[in-house]
Design a binder for this molecule. Sequence first.
Ligand code: CTP
Ligand SMILES: C[C@](O)(CO)[C@H](O)COP(=O)(O)O
Length: 231
Amino acid sequence: MTDTVYPAIACIIPAAGIGQRMQAGKPKQYLSLQGKTILEHSVARLAAIPSLGPIWLVLAADDAYFDATPLAQSTVTRVKGGAERMHSVLNALHFIDEHQYPWVLVHDAARPLVRQSDISLLLQRCIDTGHGGILACRVRDTMKRGERYVSETVDREHLWHALTPQLFPTALLKAALRDAISQGIAVTDEASAMEWARHTVLLVEGRSDNIKITQPTDLALAAFYLEQMAE
Ligand SMILES: Nc1ccn([C@@H]2O[C@H](COP(=O)(O)OP(=O)(O)OP(=O)(O)O)[C@@H](O)[C@H]2O)c(=O)n1
Ligand SMILES: C[C@](O)(CO)[C@H](O)COP(=O)(O)O
């Protein structure tokens, strides 16, 4: 990390999901990866970066696991989650003063493998340009549209997988997320709200091993990637 001086950046980690697709019997952010919970890994990735400010951790109102993790003794601020990810992020934004923290970074608890080098690149590109942005990786497979049959092959030339972290000016994200949600816009990530509000969103190419733990096979893949990182 260079000694670049950045404006104060608040961090939000949405961790209030139930991990239904993981079928693990507990929220996937509390599954173990090399002896630590996925949540601990994701928090540690952000906490290791000096340029990032305090963390607002969004937990389910009925979370029954957090207090048993070492994070219960950490300095993270807990916020109550909402019905969907977008509500959880907006709940956290309500506690973040945009004058104190002009930028906010949002990172999924379910993405424990993000590299500091990728986060540093995102910070640099966004703060240097003044535009918010997202880590993303290019689509490498041929993309099809359809259900039971192919209806279309989609040109993948300019297609990306949106990842996290996603980094935006706090005031702009607050307004965009609030307005998009109130108008029923489908918001699956922060960038969707910012695009809807017609703000520029930078695409910052990141590593494809910054996977989101979503389905059962992802845990073994994450363990493999983590071992590769240690070497
Ligand atoms: N109401 C919600 C839903 C999701 N998340 C968080 O948003 C991130 C990405 O969401 P996803 O991968 O969909 O997690 P889940 O919603 O738990 O997964 P599923 O859809 O399989 O239940 C996760 O860290 C999850 O904990 C959240 O904070 N609040
Ligand atoms: C935010 C995100 O991780 C970007 O790819 C993704 O949109 C989360 O989607 P999910 O359905 O909530 O997992």
